[in-house]
Every structure is written in C-alpha cells, then in structure tokens.
Ligand binder design. Structure first.
Ligand SMILES: [Zn+2]
Ligand SMILES: [Zn+2]
Length: 335
C-alpha cells in the first residue's frame, strides 16, 4: 500500500510503499476512503507534540471500509485505553494514563489501509459520504465535547473558524444558541465563511462583539485569545480551550477572572462522547466545506492549514494519487 510517513518531526511526509497492516483479533482492517486533516496532525508533524511513534503514519479522522463485511467505520483520535487506571474506572477514559492515540502513538489514516481497535471505532451513518463523514471524527467528536462544556450558554464565541467551528455552529444554531465568530484580523473570507455556516456575527479577534459572551471556545492555537475571550465574557462565563497545543497564555489581571469566570481545557474524547455526538446529529444534516487532496499531496494540505489558506476542512483521499492519475486503460485522467 501507499502511505505518507513522518520519519522525523519538522520534515515533510514521505510517500512510502509499505505492506498492508495485519489486524490482530481486536482490530479491523480498513481500506481507507477518506482521512480528514486536523490541526493536531500539524502539531505532530511540526514537532509541537512530543514523542510521536516514529516512523509514523499520521491522521486520526479516518473513514474506511472493512472489506470482509463491506461495512464503513470511522476511526477517531482515541485508539485504545487501559480500562484499569483511575481515569478509565471513573468514566474519564479521555484522560487514561496509558491511552494510545491514532496518528500519534499508533499509525493512522494517511494511507490506503489502516488497522484500528474495533471497540473504539464508530459506524458511519449512511447519509454521509466518506469525505463528508471524515471531518466529524475529530472536529465533530472532540468539538462536541468542548461545546457541551459551554453548558446552557446562549451566546458562544468561537475563536478560530475552521473544521470544528463549521460543524459546531450548525449544532449550536439547532440548539437555539448564537455563535459569534472571531477570526484573524482582516480575514474577511473566514468571516464570510462563518456567517455562511450560521454565525450571527463574525469579525477579527481584536473587535469587541456587540454582546458579551456567556462562553467561548478557543480553537486557534494562540494563547493570547484566551485573554481576549476572557475580556468579552459575562460573570460566571467559561473559556474552553479545545486544542491540544497552544502558545503561552500571557498574564492578565486577576479581576478579569474574578466573578466566577473560568478557563478550562478539553482533552481527547471518550467513546460516550462519540455516541452522544452521532445521536445529536441524527436529526440534522451537518454540512462541511471541504478541500479534497490526493493522498500524496498531504504535505500541501498541511501547508495550506498551517498558512491559513484553507476554508473549512482538508480531506485526503487515498484512492487518489497524483502520480497515478490514470484510468484502467492507463490513460491520464483529470481529477
Ligand atoms: Zn486507563
Ligand atoms: Zn484532531
């Protein structure tokens, strides 16, 4: 099979031919149809997350077919938990001391085939194509965990409007909440995208919103935004940090936190989060803006995300390889 492999943090992924992985008794072997790119992939590839498995196949928003049963499964970030640590035994397997993570400590989905522990996979609803479903598997699942942390907030600020925000704004709207989107200053394309997807207001992050926020979710990896969000928060409001990595948070006066404001992070997901997410969206049709890249253009997808050139979600399609754009007669085709 072909895979995009990280050999050393900070270096581009390399297109590599590898044997198809062999599943153990607990695992599914999946023929990958789509793997959505997450900002966490960027943190792994760029070396901001320490000690990845090396060499590594990144990617943790995988939709693939189990060929034996012709069934479609989604593979999320949480690959395995120990079941015996204090966190596992208290319903918090997202915090498991011994957890394994897809595309970080075990191989992921930037490949034509992947194996995954079936106990952590989710069946994919029939009304989504694989490319439509892939962004749901982290941006949706972990995003939904962050969204639930906002409690019954009526006005929620989203700082950074990418893959997770475009999904959550649709759930928030269906729940009767108002979303205020904050993007990089001057990024009018992202602001228009946020409004198109259902935000009631969108502007640069230096702009004060028309109403104070009941809660805020920080998606962008920028610590300064925590302070910005706090400044715009009502008494008792919460700032949720949804990313796995963030630049340092600048110091701020205690009075900004006073009056029972809080700051918290959201880490990983539990299988229950995934089940609740798919239940919640059963009555909705989540639409996402996506850019499809052939598997071997994963480095371009990561660069576009890194440099803010992407609107919505990048999705790799391992069925497409740039250097193999040929039909069954061997003639070049246009994708
Ligand atoms: Zn555990
Ligand atoms: Zn992710």
């Amino acid at each position: 099979m072909h895979a995009m492999v990280l050999r050393e943090a900070g270096k581009p992924l390399e297109l590599t031919e590898l044997p198809v992985p062999q599943p153990n008794a607990e695992q599914l072997l999946l023929r990958v149809e789509s793997c959505a790119v997450c900002r966490t992939d960027l943190h792994v590839v760029d070396g901001e997350l320490r000690d990845p498995k090396l060499p590594l196949i990144p990617g943790h928003q995988i939709v693939g077919i189990e060929e034996a049963t012709n069934t479609r499964f989604g593979v999320p970030w949480l690959a395995w938990t120990c079941g015996v640590c204090v966190y596992c035994r208290s319903g918090r397997e997202n915090l498991c001391d011994n957890a394994k993570f897809t595309g970080y400590t075990v191989d992921g989905g930037y490949a034509q085939y992947a194996v995954a522990d079936r106990r952590y996979c989710f069946p994919i609803p029939d009304n989504y194509t694989s490319a439509e479903a892939a962004p749901l598997l982290c941006a949706g699942l972990i995003g939904f965990r962050a969204y639930r942390m906002t409690g019954d907030a009526a006005r929620i600020g989203f700082f950074g409007f990418g893959s997770a925000a475009q999904i959550l704004v649709q759930i928030a709207r269906a729940d009767g909440r108002e979303v205020y989107a904050f993007t990089r200053d001057g990024d009018s394309a992202a602001q228009q995208f946020a409004r198109d997807m259902g935000a009631v207001w969108a502007s640069g992050s230096s702009v004060t919103p028309p109403h104070p926020l009941d809660a805020a979710i920080i998606f962008a990896p920028e610590g300064l935004l925590v302070v910005t969000a706090l400044r715009n928060l009502v008494k008792g409001g919460t700032v949720i940090c949804a990313g796995i990595h963030m630049s340092d948070i600048p110091s701020f006066p205690y009075e900004m936190l006073w009056n029972e404001r809080s700051i918290r992070s959201v880490a990983n997901l539990t299988r229950a989060d995934g089940e609740q997410f798919f239940q919640r969206i059963a009555s909705l049709t989540i639409e996402t803006r996506r850019t499809i890249y052939p598997l071997d253009r994963a480095n371009d997808a990561l660069a576009d995300l890194r440099d803010g050139r992407l609107t919505g979600t990048a999705v790799l399609d391992p069925r497409l390889l740039d250097h193999r754009h040929r039909d069954h007669r061997g003639e070049a085709v246009t994708l």
